[in-house]
Design a protein around this ligand. Sequence first.
Ligand code: 5AD
Ligand code: SF4
Length: 434
Amino acid sequence: MNFADSEIVGAILTKEGYTLCKECGEADYILINTCAIRDNAEQRIRKRLKELKSLQRQRAWVRIGILGCMAERLKQKLMDEEENVSFIVGPDAYRQLPYMLEHIHDGEKLAETLLSDSETYADIDPVRYDTNGISAYISIMRGCQNYCAYCVVPYTRGRERSRDPQSIVREARELFEKGYREVTLLGQNVNSYRWNVDTESHKAEVGFPQLMEMVATISPLLRVRFATSHPKDLSDELLQVMARHDNICKCIHLPVQSGSERILKLMNRRYTPQWYLDRIDAIRHYLPTCSITTDVIAGFCTETEKDHTETLNMFRRVRYDYAYMFKFSMRPDTYAAKHLQDDVPDDIKTRRLEEIIALQGQIALENNQREIGKEYEVLIEGVSHRSDKQLFGRNSQNKVIVFDRGNLKPGQYAKVRVLRCTAATLIGEVIENR
Ligand code: 5AD
Ligand code: SF4
């Protein structure tokens, strides 16, 4: 999401004549887009600001701005604590940036952190940074109001709002015409996507399944992915749409957070382990080849060994293909900060996290071993980091496959048979290209 936001900021500033520098040392303005989800994300930014002080000593006119969730969360406090920060801009205020850059005078500091109920940046064509020219992100909605007890996002990104479907389809079509072959539709909770079409002749609602269908019909050569789904809202209708279109990738990210019913309730996730497992069964029913990935938190307030064992059992039962695994980090303002105690000692959190990581590593390796001998259509993304004689790409399930280059190029599709694997990568051979 931050990556997509930086591309919007890039577009806003490019339009006003600013250009992107290759190195920090060449810049007149340094904008740092920040995350506030865990404390260590914020600590990294504090460290970066310290490192930038020596650069500022050589280039005294350089102005540093903090963008995104950390700016929103800390507002003025951040400027008071970090003397070398001149401006802070929250996630809904990026349109103010050109004005702000023009109006910061020596010694002055500016802040814009108002959240909006309607800003979606729908009319802005993001500048594509760091791109391979093949995959791009499209932000389809902003904000979240699920208020999971541990999560700062509802406070830093504001209320949910969806973007006009026509502007999303137009952006995806333009990307396809420029040679892109994969778009990922982004939102904190994409299943809450909703747009009312209300004209004189008809009234209708475009929900997420309909939006997916609209984007998928642009071309069978354009792959469509999405992130993230909240389990409580993952509908059968969406799974049916995914089953109907080969180019909608068969990969679902379904954050579980915990395997314990008690902890899920305390987290305000609004599903039980049984409900979650029923959703997993529905995915396997409609999409037998689908890969499933997740997020999990170790050591949430009051978590016992029994709760933790239930999380491990959830991992054994679902057999995720990939997981983002975190230690619980208490965030100010959240329900947990106001009403619960961060009472699992850090060494226990670490040990539990390590147990989850070890189990998941073993499951991922076993899952990959089962892929040996299977054939997949792979979208080639680039030259392998290990050897320039090899290319890498992904299958629909989002698994990376490496294979000999032959005369293939990034952006093409190839049919690849899996020969070997590690826990993270499949190694294959091309059997056909198109
Ligand atoms: N501590 C640890 N992990 C968190 N996440 C969100 N808030 C916290 C927190 N306070 C994780 C969740 C979420 C992912 C994006 O980050 O697993 O799904
Ligand atoms: Fe945070 Fe929960 Fe919203 Fe995800 S759904 S962004 S975890 S509040």
